[in-house]
Design a protein around this ligand. Structure first.
Ligand code: G3P
Ligand code: MG
Length: 254
């Protein structure tokens, strides 16, 4: 069962703002979104930061890996200038600050665990421990619709998250559903399957739903495709085109 919002802004503000930044988050919120997906990995000092690539160069000028720098060093770097001059100096967010802002503003989070190779277990454990502490009251009260959903392509990261915070929901990210998708999802105790909509078939969508999992697709940028996926039984999706597929998209198409 999917108890969460159905349309999420991908990486905060989709392609309308620098990804995985506070500016991106604010852009998504400005467009009315109260649910986002974003990526988290560990800096050298083991502090999680909000970033997609495990290396510098694309969104943050510089070279080397994210794990070559401490979190505060990354936070002093420019994660917005690549997008445009208006966003120059936008920092790499610290996960804790980013998540606290989301929580304070009622923005539901799909936290994608994005470990650098070799850091899967550490990343899953650290992020899950922090998220569980941040949402301890909601977890105790059974307000599961408010608790973040942890997703990852890494089974090891999800297993580590389960080890330290079994009460936090998890989702298996799979670009394409392999024949043994259900075994993998059950192995990590996942509540949902997150998959690339480009590879999904209607039969697979039915199979996932019939097996009792939530079904989430990334990254859906065309309204007609969004309607089609929802017709297939897809529960939710994230979009880079928060201008074309706004959060009230569902009420508009009814
Ligand atoms: O979580 C869905 C999607 O973000 C996965 O791919 O590369 O955009 O993080 P990516
Ligand atoms: Mg992601």
């Amino acid at each position: 069962m999917w108890r969460y919002p159905k349309i999420l802004a991908h990486r905060g503000g989709g392609t309308l703002a620098p990804e995985n930044t506070m500016a991106g988050l604010r852009c998504g919120m400005q467009a009315g979104f109260r649910a986002i997906e974003f990526d988290v990995m560990l800096a050298r000092d083991g502090v999680p930061v909000v970033m997609h690539d495990p290396f510098l160069g694309r969104t943050v000028p510089g070279s080397g890996h994210v794990y070559d720098y401490d979190a505060l060093e990354l936070a002093a770097m420019d994660a917005g200038g690549w997008f445009g001059r208006a966003h120059e100096g936008e920092p790499v967010p610290l996960f804790v600050e980013f998540a606290q802002f989301c929580k304070a503003h009622g923005v539901w989070m799909n936290i994608e665990l994005k470990p650098a190779p070799g850091y899967e277990i550490e990343t899953g454990g650290v992020v899950a421990r922090i998220a569980a502490a941040m949402f301890a009251d909601e977890l105790a009260a059974g307000q599961m619709e408010r608790v973040p959903l942890l997703s990852s392509f890494s089974i090891d990261a999800l297993m580590a998250a389960r080890e330290v915070a079994p009460q936090l929901p998890r989702a298996c990210l799979m670009s394409e559903l392999p024949p043994d998708w259900e075994r993998r999802a059950r192995e990590v105790g996942a509540v949902a399957i997150h998959t690339n909509h480009r590879h999904l078939t209607p039969q697979q969508a039915r199979g996932v739903k019939a097996a009792g999992f939530g079904l989430f697709c990334y990254t859906v940028d065309e309204p007609a495709r969004a309607r089609e996926l929802l017709d297939w039984g897809v529960d939710a999706f994230c979009t880079d085109r928060i201008d074309l597929i706004p959060p009230d998209f569902l009420t508009r198409i009814k």
